[in-house]
Design a protein. Sequence first.
Length: 207
Amino acid sequence: MSLDFDEQYYRDGYKLIVGCDEAGRGCLLGPVFAAAVILPPDFNSPLINDSKKLSEKQREEAYKIIIENAIAYGIASIGPDEIDEVNILNASRMAMMKAIEAMNHQFDLILTDCMKMKGYDVPVIDLVHGDALSQSIAAASILAKVSRDHLCYELDKKYPEYNIKKNKGYGTKDHLEALKKYGPVKHLHRFSYAPVKACFIEKISLF
């Protein structure tokens, strides 16, 4: 797929297009991250792509390119306790809105990766597979993913038994085995998620 979806809106006269995306929605632990970014209309880099299609090294390089060239960007997160309270869909939306606010910049169009948002006085277009269609959304996906990965490296130092550096908090075999052995950690794991909840109930029943 080509990342040229933004072009039609530039041709229609929009100048400041915000791309929004999140990272970590399916993880069992840690915050969900979101990013919002406004790229120059003439910006182009072969490294900008859906973050899931890039290697870690490519994402790190693309992250630096985006930060250096963006007109504005914002990165925000919502932690596991709040995710449990409001559910992951609402938490992801809240993170995106916080990221847009963090840009502290005017804009005239918002493109999201399949996330409906209200309350803005500009059009909001939610695209299915938006990170594979829009350069702005793809850039936001990279900022969100790299920011969350950096936090995972820090969490790994504090909780090495969960191998977060490798699994990034996803429900991999090693993570699930660690959950069964050590149980979930309060303020780290998402207790509303079924695998975490099951391990928590199992641990409680042992006492």
